[in-house]
Design a protein. Structure first.
Ligand code: ADP
Length: 497
């Protein structure tokens, strides 16, 4: 049996490739940043060819870096930035335009129109999502209506739609396979997450012809074989999942009630809720966690837009620190934030508040406030936002998270992790491998080709680096959290547009 699994991790800011061994340990990695294209305020695009070429280059480089031949690779797993939308020509494989990225707000007017027509409850019930420009459906509709000739070509059956996983799969297989997995389909606003099929009614409301759509397959299973000329062998592409679901899988959150938080630019909290998609309140979305064969499992998801990005702002916007890592020592130089709260609502607030008009706010400043207090209050804000989401999750699904598994770039900050345990009043657990997104994709692919026997074996591989126990007493925790809630109220509804 070949000894490696190749994970392709196509993210918002870079395309990376990581080679994992049979123990699930990363052996080598390679990556390339990708260009962010901002044609207008609030619009974000990527070049699909650049996505493909940078991903292919990373895959070739990681093999070279490890001194591995393609014959030593058992399978390829793909994980990707979700929701980003690409249309291309069925015959030539040429993209019609740049990809519309998940962050792009250009379809806000269309979303508004759909909401005014009272369609939100039905979309929510079928797709698990809220009507928001974030998801793919309105992006496809926008392309069909705004790229000259696109709608006519789509109606003739000449075009294909795909999220980034689907595009990479198509390119890797030399245009032979047009498919996606359940997790990515569940972010399109067009997929019925209970019936596990494209939803005719949603498609008709969005005016998207079904001929565009890829086949939807389980996240774990062989999707196709890579063109031998690309990497040196006809490697099976055997696992696909969107980045946040892949991280949940990589964290081995296989039991109902287990959850993880990824601390990157934003924070994404996902909790495994099992085989039933839940009827929901209005604060979170339901998403497919993965499909391993027959049927799927679901997750509740809370997306926090600004987390590590607030630390970047301390560095680049305010110049209070020289590196993100420096935030730890500076925050640790004071015993508390001394009543200061920073609400980093720079682009409004996501889950559970969903207030696009909220704006960044700092309250509680006195003459004694120093930059150390501001930095500490910013780290606390990441932890408070996470508590907001987790409390909402627990009350919506009547489950209690026993511990919080964490990953992402900012989990290197021990103080942040301790603050999180204190504010949550629960254990925070950092695993030994924090590249959980790529690991999740490798696990899905490796399971499909028999590298690992099943989820129990993967559970056995998950290793703790460090556990952070809550140390703060309950009354202090409550007092701090009440202060946060008051600060959030001050931040809401600020922008007039
Ligand atoms: P993404 O995948 O969203 O680009 P990463 O997982 O690479 O993000 O994490 C990078 C983010 O984490 C940045 O926003 C950065 O400010 C933050 N970060 C990195 N190291 C630290 C640290 N030691 N303390 C606090 N924040 C950090």
């Amino acid at each position: 049996m070949p000894e490696y699994i190749l994970a392709l991790d196509q993210g918002t800011t870079s395309s990376r490739a990581i080679l994992f061994d049979r123990q699930g340990q990363p052996v080598a990695s390679a990556g390339h940043p990708i260009r962010q294209i901002y044609p207008q305020s609030g619009w974000v695009e990527h070049d699909p060819q650049e996505i493909w070429e940078s991903q292919l280059a990373s895959a070739r480089e990681v093999l070279e870096a490890a001194g591995a031949r393609a014959s030593q690779v058992a399978a390829i797993g793909i994980t990707n930035q979700r929701e980003t939308t690409i249309l291309w020509d069925r015959q030539t494989g040429e993209p019609l335009a740049n990809a519309i990225v998940w962050q792009c707000r250009r379809t806000a007017p269309l979303c508004q129109e759909l909401k005014e027509r009272g369609l939100e409850p039905s979309f929510r019930q079928k797709t698990g999502l809220v009507i928001d420009p974030y998801f793919s459906g309105t992006k496809v509709a926008w392309m069909l209506d705004n790229i000259p000739g696109a709608r006519a070509r789509a109606e003739r059956g000449d075009l294909l739609f795909g999220t980034v996983d689907c595009w990479l799969l198509y390119k890797l297989t030399g245009g032979r396979v047009h498919a996606t997995d359940y997790t990515n389909a569940s972010r399109t606003l067009m997929f019925n997450i209970s019936r596990l099929a494209w939803d005719e009614e949603a498609l008709s409301e969005l005016a998207v012809p079904s001929s565009l759509l890829p086949t939807v397959l389980p996240s774990c299973g062989v999707f196709g074989q890579a063109e031998p000329s690309l990497l040196g062998a006809a490697l099976p592409i055997a696992g696909i999942a969107g980045d946040q679901q892949a991280a949940l899988f990589g964290q081995a959150c296989f039991q109902v009630g287990m959850g993880k938080n990824t601390y990157g630019t934003g924070c994404f909290v996902l909790m495994n809720v099992g085989h039933d998609s839940l009827p929901l309140g209005s604060s979170l979305v339901t998403t497919i966690a993965w499909g391993l064969g027959q049927g799927v499992e679901y997750a509740l998801e809370g997306s926090i837009f600004i987390a590590g990005a607030a630390v970047q702002w301390l560095r680049d916007g305010l110049g209070l620190i020289a590196t993100a890592a420096e935030s730890e020592a500076l925050a640790a130089s004071v015993p508390s934030s001394d009543g200061v709260y920073v609400v980093p609502a720079f682009v409004g607030l996501g889950a559970p508040h969903w207030d696009p008009r909220a704006r960044g706010t700092i309250v509680g400043i006195t003459r004694g406030t120093t930059r150390a207090h501001l930095v500490r209050a910013t780290l606390e804000a990441i932890a408070f936002q996470t508590r907001d989401v987790i409390e909402t999750m627990e009350s919506e699904c009547a489950l209690t998270l026993p511990e919080l598994r964490v990953d992402g770039g900012a989990v290197a900050n021990d103080l942040l992790m301790q603050i999180q345990a204190d504010i949550l009043g629960r254990e925070v657990v950092r695993p030994a491998v924090t590249e959980t997104t790529a690991l999740g994709a490798a696990y899905l692919a490796g399971l499909a080709v028999g590298c690992w026997q099943g989820q129990d074996e993967l559970t056995g591989k998950w290793r703790v680096d460090r556990r952070f126990q809550p140390q703060m007493d309950a009354s202090q925790r409550d007092e701090l959290y009440q202060g946060w809630k008051r600060a959030v109220e001050r931040a809401k509804g600020w922008a007039s547009e």
